[in-house]
Design a protein around this ligand. Sequence first.
Ligand SMILES: Nc1ncnc2c1ncn2[C@@H]1O[C@H](COP(=O)(O)OP(=O)(O)OP(=O)(O)O)[C@@H](O)[C@H]1O
Ligand SMILES: [Mg+2]
Length: 219
Amino acid sequence: MLAGLSLVLDTPRIAILGRNGSGKSTLARAMAGLIDGAGGRVAIDGADILKDRKAALSAVGILFQNPEHQIIFPSALEEVRFGLLQMGHAKPEATRLAEAALARFGRADWAGRSTATLSQGQKHLLCVISILAMAPRVLILDEPFSGLDIPTERALRRVLESYPGTLVQITHDPQVVAGYDRVLWIEAGRLHADGPPAEVLPGYLAEMEAEGADAFADL
Ligand SMILES: Nc1ncnc2c1ncn2[C@@H]1O[C@H](COP(=O)(O)OP(=O)(O)OP(=O)(O)O)[C@@H](O)[C@H]1O
Ligand SMILES: [Mg+2]
């Protein structure tokens, strides 16, 4: 699904662009060390995260595009706490951190809430809260704003702006991309362009406009 890709992510804000099915989520999973067997290698600060899963937990985190692929616990507090426990925090500390993470987004009341009863957007936010609570050095976000209401989106934008680690964000929003250091344009599982937004974005947008006019000419 991905071919001949070799990337060194050495800037703090990286965006991944591309059409539906181009391979963005696949690349995100590969970066997070979740796809093995393709002969690839993923290292963060020198640690091989395919081999050292414990090191991987604080090194890299991924927000999946689909929250149904992420949520595994019956209650919201357990869901947020799980990653913190995995990282080695003792239960009382993990609980405290999980409660603080929920409170940061004004969702302290969710602690005992059944994850199955959350709406789609709420599930998405719960996944965002869970991954941010772990504060990985590299945070990969697969369309983090999808389905969020305006106040929640603003809150998340503020949190991400001051995020101390590296952000790799998959997005279709040219505004987000414009403020980033680097843009990776993926097409059919290959890296089509890689550079600062001023270099990559105009060509990308022109190509998308042209393909849109072409593909939907009959509408
Ligand atoms: N588990 C899988 N098994 C087989 N093929 C897959 C699998 N997951 C994705 N693919 C295929 O790999 C290609 C890239 O998929 P991917 O999910 O990475 O695209 P994407 O760029 O994230 O798309 P979108 O913008 O719709 O999220 C697609 O052709 C898809 O059908
Ligand atoms: Mg995707």
